[in-house]
Design a protein around this ligand. Sequence first.
Ligand code: 5GP
Length: 110
Amino acid sequence: MDSIFTKIINKEISSDIKYEDDYCIAINDINPKSEIHILVIPKKPIINISTSKDSDKDLLGHLLLICKKLAKQFNLEKDGYQILTNIGEGGGQTVMHLHFHLLSGNAVTL
Ligand code: 5GP
């Protein structure tokens, strides 16, 4: 079954798109946990890092570089930012389609 993110990628559900290319889309989180909360989502429906393949290496690198690009675009470098990804229900993942959270404003402390 398609995840909510597949519906967003296919524009069946509207979202606040911050960036898009052939491989990914970046949207504002609907329920932001910090001042800036952007989700960087691959168009390929990988469930999470655990289910990614060695052949996804370039795509995974691309997603991180897009996080970096957006951080620069939103002037997050000076104050710092976080890139987080949750894996599995026990890891806090609620949408079973890989995504990186780009967060800035109030850091989640570990
Ligand atoms: P997870 O808990 O899986 O790491 O993160 C899922 C994120 O997706 C949550 O922060 C949640 O607020 C966000 N989210 C869930 N449904 C939607 C939606 O329909 N639109 C947008 N923009 N974000 C969503």
